[in-house]
Design a protein around this ligand. Structure first.
Ligand SMILES: CC/C=C\CC/C=C/CC(=O)SCCNC(=O)CCNC(=O)[C@H](O)C(C)(C)COP(=O)(O)OP(=O)(O)OC[C@H]1O[C@@H](n2cnc3c(N)ncnc32)[C@H](O)[C@@H]1OP(=O)(O)O
Length: 292
């Protein structure tokens, strides 16, 4: 049902599915997946690199989310690809997380459609049968960080400006339980409690220390490191690795699946509150003022 909704959004957005299907195909040459998602397939290696291309900051707009979901689904169904690297086409910004404009000044039906797409992306990433490695080549707050936490391994470029973390409280909003669970599963309960309450954004050395990322490497080695990690993981028999991943992660995704509609309703009523709308607007203003 979610994918049908996602396809509906794409068609409304004027994205041609035929073009996108071709883009996630198995040719060894670089192709453009859609407007916002580039896929570089290496069929011989069984690895595809997905590059986010939603300027200026790769924020997760509904259209971008939808394109990512469909692209991941196509790769998942194409047995050529056993590993995927997620990275940004614009070094400096991995992803600014959820698009604030999707959560501001819209109607409840829009918020519901948007949140369903956010849930769907997380579900696709978190229990993917493929090996997912995040090559984090830029800042990655909130939803951007969630995407990387949903991968199997994270490589972060060593640049003090590239902070990662779930900073929702700084916006006056609350990370939902499945964001929390993803973080807890990665860095443990105590570190998550502190990070979530304070909305901490960790620079590379701290991110490594707390376990938000698995490796910090010089900026120009992020992709090659991700590639060599995937190559190591590819040596493990797929069925054993996949069943183990599922055993580790399924309870967390089942928890959302069984209360998915309630989670959407909760998001819609929370985000529609006047006080939350004001907080978000103030935050957007602060981002604008930072420039002037
Ligand atoms: C019950 C559950 C309820 C709620 C849960 C909701 C969960 C939400 C999770 C989220 O993901 S919320 C989003 C959190 N994201 C952020 O806090 C990131 C904010 N952005 C930044 O910190 C910075 O923009 C950056 C570090 C990513 C990049 O910095 P820089 O390169 O200096 O770019 P600018 O700040 O100048 O931004 C350029 C441009 O982009 C706009 N923008 C930035 N982030 C977002 C965003 N998340 N959504 C939409 N638009 C964004 C920014 O306003 C600028 O726009 P201009 O029009 O001024 O050019």
């Amino acid at each position: 049902m979610a994918l049908v909704a996602a396809r509906g959004t794409l068609l409304r957005a004027g994205v041609r599915l035929g073009t996108e299907a071709a883009a996630c195909g198995r040719n060894g040459t670089r192709r453009s997946a859609s407007h916002r998602v580039l896929v570089e397939p290496d069929a011989a290696a069984g690895i595809a690199t997905i590059k986010f291309k939603n300027p200026p900051v790769n924020s997760l707009t509904l259209e971008f989310l939808t394109e990512l979901i469909i692209c991941l689904e196509k790769l998942e169904n194409d047995k050529t690809f056993r590993g995927v690297i997620l990275t940004s086409n614009s070094p400096g910004i991995f992803s600014a997380g959820l698009d604030l404009r999707e959560m501001c000044g819209k109607n409840p039906a829009h918020y519901a459609e948007y949140w369903r797409a956010v849930q769907e992306l997380w579900l696709k990433l978190y229990v993917s049968n493929m090996i997912l490695v995040a090559a984090i080549n830029g800042a990655s707050p909130a939803g951007g960080c969630l995407m990387s936490l949903s991968c199997d391994y994270r490589v972060l470029a060593d640049n003090p400006r590239y902070k990662v973390g779930l900073n929702e409280t700084l916006l006056g909003i609350v990370a939902p339980f499945w964001f929390r669970d993803t973080l807890v599963n990665t860095i443990g309960h105590r570190a998550s409690e502190r990070a979530l309450q304070l909305g901490l954004l960790f620079p590379p050395a701290e991110a490594l220390q707390v376990g938000m990322v698995d490796q910090v490497v010089p900026e120009d080695q992020v992709h090659s490191t991700a590639l060599s990690v995937i190559t190591q993981w590819l040596a493990i028999p797929d069925h054993a690795r996949q069943l183990t991943k599922s055993m580790m992660r399924k309870a967390t995704t089942d928890n959302l699946i069984k209360q998915r509609e309630a989670d959407i309703q909760n998001f819609v009523s929370f985000i529609s509150r006047d006080s939350i709308q004001k907080s978000l607007q103030m935050y957007i203003e602060k981002l604008k003022q930072k420039k002037s």
